[in-house]
Design a protein. Structure first.
Length: 277
C-alpha cells in the first residue's frame, strides 16, 4: 500500500520562534529537520508527504519550500501567509515560484477573535488562495465549525480540509457538541478532513486506539472515505505516541474497509486534494 503522510511538521528553533510552543516542553522544544524524519519514512515505506506550517511567518514558508526542494519525498508545502494583507496575491505568487506550494494555513485556533475566519479581509485572502488553485487547511476547534459552511458557500471553488478532525475532547470521551457541528459539514464536497492529531487530544499517557474509534467513525460517516486522509502530525504526536502507533491507531479506528478504501485513506485523498506530483 502506497502511503502519503498528509500532515507533518518540520521546525528549526535556531531560525523561528513558534509562539504556540510551550517553553518548558522537552519533546517539542527541539529542532526537527528532514534528516530526523527520513529514516522513519524509510522504515514504514512512506512514499511522500505534505509538510505544514508551524510558524506564522513568510520566512518559515520559504524555509519549508527549500526543505521540499532539497528532499523530494516532501511532495507539497502548506505554508502561512497573511491573508488579511492586501498584497497577499503577490506573496502567494512569490512562494509559488519557490517550490511545491500546495496550500495555506493560519492558526485560527490561536486567534482571540473567534470569528476571524468570517472577516471580510480573511475571505478576500482566501479568494486569492482559491484563484491560484491552492487549498486551505482549517486549524480549528469545535467552536469554529459552524462558520465553515459560510466559507464553503462564499468560495465554492476553494478546496479546504479540516485539520485534526477539529480537535474534539477525546480526553473526556465527549462527542458533543463536536459531533452535531461536524455533521453539518456533510453537504460540502469541496471540504475534506484529516484523521490526524487525535492522540494529543486524548490522555497522553494512557490512550488506547479504542478511544479514537467513535470520532473516526463519525468523520467517516460525515465525509466518506473519499474525503478523509491520514496524517501523522509528527513530531507533535510524540507527546503521546510514536509514528507507527499513530498510523496503526488511525487504521484501527477507520474500522472495516476494503483495500481500495484503505488506499484512498492513506494515499489517494491526499494526492488528489493537494494535487501532488
Amino acid at each position: 500500500m502506497e502511503i502519503i503522510d498528509s500532515h507533518h511538521h518540520l521546525w528549526d528553533l535556531n531560525l523561528f520562534q513558534y509562539a504556540w510552543m510551550p517553553e518548558n516542553n522537552p519533546i517539542l522544544r527541539q529542532s526537527y529537520v528532514p534528516d530526523d524524519l527520513a529514516p522513519i519514512f524509510e522504515t514504514y515505506s512512506i512514499s511522500g508527504s505534505v509538510v505544514v506550517q508551524a510558524d506564522q511567518t513568510v520566512e518559515e514558508a520559504k524555509f519549508l519550500l527549500k526543505c521540499a526542494n532539497d528532499f523530494p519525498w516532501i511532495k507539497g508545502v502548506v505554508a502561512w501567509v497573511d491573508l488579511q494583507n492586501e498584497n497577499v496575491g503577490d506573496t502567494l505568487d512569490e512562494l509559488i515560484g519557490l517550490g511545491p506550494l500546495v496550500g495555506i494555513r493560519h492558526q485560527i485556533e490561536e486567534e482571540p477573535d473567534q470569528e476571524w475566519l468570517l472577516r471580510g479581509q480573511t475571505l478576500a485572502g482566501l479568494k486569492a488562495v482559491s484563484d491560484r488553485n491552492l487549498s486551505y487547511d482549517l486549524l480549528v476547534k469545535p467552536v469554529h465549525l459552524n462558520q465553515i459552511p459560510s466559507v464553503c458557500n462564499e468560495l465554492p471553488d476553494l478546496k479546504m480540509v479540516v485539520d485534526h478532525i477539529a480537535k474534539p475532547n477525546i480526553l473526556d470521551q465527549e462527542l458533543q457538541p463536536w459531533s452535531d457541528l461536524i455533521y453539518k459539514l456533510h453537504p460540502y464536497e469541496n471540504l475534506f478532513c484529516k484523521v490526524s492529531g487525535m492522540v494529543t487530544e486524548a490522555d497522553h499517557n494512557d490512550w488506547k486506539p479504542q478511544d479514537l474509534l467513535p470520532y473516526v467513525q463519525t468523520v467517516k460517516e460525515v465525509f466518506g472515505i473519499d474525503r478523509l486522509m491520514w496524517g501523522s502530525d509528527w513530531p507533535v504526536c510524540l507527546l503521546a505516541a510514536d509514528y507507527k502507533e499513530v498510523m496503526d491507531a488511525a487504521l484501527f479506528a477507520l474500522g472495516e474497509a476494503s483495500s481500495e478504501e484503505k488506499d484512498r485513506f492513506m494515499f489517494g485523498s491526499a494526492a488528489e486534494f493537494y494535487r501532488l506530483k
